[in-house]
Design a protein around this ligand. Structure first.
Ligand SMILES: [Zn+2]
Length: 68
């Protein structure tokens, strides 16, 4: 009985915390994409794309927030 209860709590915690949204993106630079000084970064984990000035790298994962 306690095993089932523990399992339910674990599932609930995972659904609330959503650790896959906090996992760092695996960004790849695509220097060919933009010619105005910015570099396009594409995440191979979630498919998000973001353009940043040269020399900067994305710090956050945008999984599930592609509409922003
Ligand atoms: Zn990502």
């Amino acid at each position: 009985m306690y095993i089932v209860l523990g399992l339910l709590i674990a599932v609930a915690v995972i659904l609330i915390v959503k650790p896959w949204h906090r996992r760092a993106c695996r960004w790849r630079e695509d220097r060919r994409a933009l010619a105005d000084g910015r570099v396009l970064h594409r995440c191979v984990a979630c498919g998000a794309e973001i353009a940043l000035p040269r020399g900067r790298t994305p710090q956050t994962c945008r999984a599930g927030r592609a509409d922003r």
